[in-house]
Ligand binder design. Sequence first.
Ligand SMILES: [Zn+2]
Ligand SMILES: [Zn+2]
Length: 214
Amino acid sequence: MNLCLLCDEHDALGGMLCPGCTKATVVRLECMPTLYEGLRPFLTPSSAVSQGRGGKGGPAPLPVVESVLDMRGVMVGTLEDWLSAVREERGMRQLASRPGVDGRLAAAVAGLLANMPWVASAWPTAGTFAGEVRDLARSVSSVISPPPPPPPRGARIGNCPAVDSSGALCGAVLRLAPGEKAVRCEWCGNQYPPYTWAQLKTWIDEDTGARDAA
Ligand SMILES: [Zn+2]
Ligand SMILES: [Zn+2]
C-alpha cells in the first residue's frame, strides 16, 4: 500500500504524492511569483527613508525592512536549491545562475513545475520538498495577507423590536455576544435577558412578517 509522502493518505496511483497534494504543490508553486510580488509593499517602509542613501559620510539607514528582504531571499534560495536537487537526481545539467533576483524566482518556479510529474510519481524526497513548498507559501502569505477577521461575535438573532417614543422601530441587528447572558441592542441600548427571548422571537417574527408584507 502506498502512502502519500505529504499527507500520509493512501495513494491509489502508487506515486510519491497523492493527486490532491500534487495539485496543491503545483498551485503553491504557481503562486510563488505572486507571493514574492506581494512582499514588495513591505520592502520600503517610507519613501523618506529610501532617499537616505547617496549622501556622503556614515552609513545610510537601510531602506528596507530586513526581515522581508530575508524572506524574499529565502524564497529564491529555497526554490533554487530544490530545483538543483531535482536536476542532480535526474542527472540533468545544472543551470547557470541568472542575474537579477526577480528572474531567478520565476526560473526556479518554472523549472520545478516542469519536473512536477516526475517529482510526484518517482522522487522519494517529494514529501520533504512538498512540505517545504507548503511552509514557504504559508509563511509568506501570513506576512502579506491581513490577519483573519475576529471570530464571530455570536449568532445574529434578529432585528431589535424596540419602538421609541415616536413609534419608530429600532431594527438594529441583535447578537448575543459570546459569554453574555443578555442580548443587548448596541443601537438603542434595550436589553433582552433570557426570559424574554421567547417573546423576543415572537416580536422579531411579527416585525419581519410586517416588513415582508409591506
Ligand atoms: Zn497527499
Ligand atoms: Zn434597538
